[in-house]
Design a protein around this ligand. Structure first.
Ligand SMILES: [Zn+2]
Length: 95
């Protein structure tokens, strides 16, 4: 969780939208362990949807999709590991 950088916080009335991204640092390939900082692309992921003080705080994290530099590695592209282990609830709004 410490590897996040808050990029933007938008107060949209009942909902507070927080945008964050991972730090631009190398991560280890889950397949072969090679360190890589080569970014293959990005996608956005809902990381949290938490009610605070009667308002909803929605956190969206831009997750890097990394590319392993090792030829023949079984995990040529992988999601940044620290985020892959996050538990993500379904995006359905409750109450
Ligand atoms: Zn690899």
């Amino acid at each position: 969780m410490s590897a996040l950088v808050i990029e933007d916080v938008e107060d949209a009335g009942e909902v507070i939208a927080v945008r964050a991204r991972t730090r631009d640092e190398a991560v280890a390939c889950p397949g072969c362990g090679a360190q890589t900082a080569r970014v293959h692309g990005y996608y956005e992921r809902m990381a949290a949807d938490v009610p605070v003080d009667g308002r909803r705080v929605v956190v969206r994290v831009r997750v890097r999709r990394m590319r392993c530099p090792v030829l023949g590695c079984q995990v040529q592209t992988s999601v940044s590991r620290s985020l892959a282990s996050w538990s993500v609830t379904s995006g359905a709004s409750r109450g």
